[in-house]
Write a protein that binds this ligand. Structure first.
Ligand code: HEM
Length: 512
């Protein structure tokens, strides 16, 4: 969104171009409004279009969204209800708010809301062969099934062959955090390197040294990528700005090329050493899928071998940033909420002890630690608007008509901040997830959707839950985090595809 504000300033600086764009923008908005009232060409509807705020010509409501669009969109909910419409530039976007409405759209009307918009950036990602950013249909279904199968070989509800690797890496993280020690430091890189090693172990069967140049580059590029891919990028919603933005667009394409190269190199190494008898990692499983899926089946779904192999790159991107952001938030909340940190540590000390590492089977006996994790995920809400959805056909929701191919944003922030469900929602308070007997209140835990819902629900959920628990339980068991003297860390976030904390420093002390 900040790029939008800069861009607007440049445009407004020239009166003639501003006047021209004003007229053009007005016409576009009138046209689009009519279209979306509309009762799209094919199906006149007796239902009204969703209500919404009036925007300015050309930019629609973009400037009203500010640097924190999720917060502004949640404010609009109070005024316009759970389903309303804004103009993102010249493009109408329907915003879905609150648990019930999000659930209705994603689960009860799953097929209708499972599309992805035809964003320019989405087409560039993975050379247009991405599953997560690709549109809903036969090809997507097959692609998703293949990706989900490959992933679940390493992490599913019954067996966790990856558990030991995560537990080891959590200990490596502890060693590095403690090495940085008592002087203030930013834990960002240490966390990213450890989490990156897990997803690289799953996808490439290999962990990296912390000074490996390829690996360090991947960490460095990730933040820029995430900032660019967020909903509200001018090149996606104001297509006429593309010529003005070629520099930043080329930078984005450059980042993707470096990521592609990194994965292509690993894939080639795998192809050179592949044997069908031993499945070393996700890449091997995908190579086997390419070889075993009949050509007619792939052809019928429009799926190429390249699509299948792009999956690795996608899982690396998705599995890397999400967990790292969640762990960064965890350190920030723990050090700023000393009593929470101490109580979780005491629970782990009592149940697991200080000698052995926490295991997945301990989770059921650590309700307070689990409540801390749930509260970190609720309060930080790293995916405030999920990934942008799109309608696959004309539909209605809560009595409003929504035409096919409408951009739909699922406002997960509004779900997590719903005061009716989560009393005093701005407060960080893990106890809200415990019932009177001190166990997890499952009904409450299911009232927010950190992994989305329905067809597009996160396929990495099981892996994510395992990683987050093992990392957090291990660092709480072995470290104490403190706010550096004289500093007042903010719980504010930086907006991007995922919300990250603003840079902060911590001091880490050994518990044992
Ligand atoms: C704390 C960790 C994570 C959170 C909170 C999270 C959350 C989400 C959310 C909200 C979505 C979008 C759902 C929608 O569009 O409605 C998503 C999609 C996705 N996630 Fe995750 N995720 C996490 C970790 C992971 C991991 C570890 C992986 C894989 C290794 C992964 C892979 C994906 C993929 C591929 C998609 C796109 C799915 C599709 O469009 O069909 N995620 N995730």
């Amino acid at each position: 969104m900040s790029r939008l504000v800069e861009l607007s300033a440049t445009i407004l600086a020239s009166p003639l171009s501003f006047l021209l764009l004003l007229v053009l923008g007005y016409l576009l908005i009138v046209f689009k409004r009519k279209d979306s009232k509309g009762n799209s060409s094919s199906s006149p509807s007796p239902y009204p279009s969703p209500p919404g705020p009036w925007g300015v010509p050309l930019l629609g409501n973009l400037l009203q969204l500010t640097q924190k669009p999720h917060r502004k969109l949640t404010e609009y909910q109070k005024q316009y209800g759970d389903v309303y419409q804004i103009m993102m530039g010249s493009r109408p976007a329907v915003i879905l708010n609150g648990f019930n409405t999000a659930w209705k759209a994603c689960v009860k009307q799953a097929d209708e809301f499972a599309g992805r918009p035809d964003f320019y950036t989405f087409k560039v990602i993975g050379n247009g062969k991405s599953m997560g950013f690709g549109d809903y249909g036969k090809r997507w279904k097959m692609h998703r099934r293949i990706a989900q199968n490959a992933l679940s070989t390493f992490a599913n509800k019954r067996v966790n062959p990856i558990e030991d690797i995560i537990a080891n890496e959590a200990n490596v993280l502890v060693t590095h955090l403690l090495k940085e020690g008592k002087k203030p430091f930013n834990p960002h890189n240490e966390i990213y390197l450890s989490v990156g090693n897990i997803i690289c172990a799953i996808c490439f069967g290999k962990r990296y040294q912390r000074d490996d140049p390829d690996f360090l580059k991947l960490v460095e590029l990730n933040d820029t990528f995430m900032a660019y891919a967020a909903a509200g990028n001018p090149v996606d919603i104001l297509p006429w700005t593309r010529p003005l933005l070629t520099r930043s667009l080329n930078k984005f394409v450059g980042i993707l090329e470096i990521m592609n190269k990194f994965c292509a190199k690993k894939q080639q190494e795998h192809l050179d050493t592949y044997t069908p008898d031993v499945m070393r990692d996700v890449t091997d499983i995908l190579i086997r899928t390419v070889q075993e899926t009949p050509e007619e089946e792939k052809e019928e779904a429009g799926l190429t071998d390249e699509h299948i192999l792009t999956t690795v790159q996608e899982l690396i991107g998705a599995g890397f940033d999400t967990i790292s952001s969640t762990l960064q938030w965890s350190v920030l909340y723990l050090m700023t909420h000393k009593l929470v940190q101490e109580r979780a540590h005491r629970e782990i000390e009592r149940v697991v002890g200080l000698e052995r590492d926490p295991l997945m089977e301990d989770l059921a006996k650590l309700p307070y630690t689990e409540a801390v994790i749930l509260e970190v995920m609720r309060h930080s809400c790293i995916f405030p608007l999920a990934l942008p959805h799109s309608t696959t056909r004309d539909t209605t929701l809560n009595g409003f008509f929504i035409p096919k191919d409408t951009l739909v944003l699922i406002n997960l922030w509004s779900v997590n901040r719903d005061g009716e469900v989560f009393a005093d929602p701005e407060r960080f308070y893990p106890d809200r997830f415990l019932d009177d007997s001190g166990s997890i209140n499952r009904e409450m835990a299911e009232k927010f959707l950190p992994f989305g819902a329905g067809r597009r629900r996160c396929p990495g959920e099981q892996l994510a839950k395992m990683e987050v628990f093992l990392f957090i339980a291990t660092i709480i068991q072995k470290c104490r985090f403190e706010v550096p003297e004289g500093q007042q860390p903010s719980l504010d976030s930086k907006y991007g595809l995922t919300l990250k904390p603003v840079d902060f420093e911590t001091c880490v002390f050994a518990r044992v």
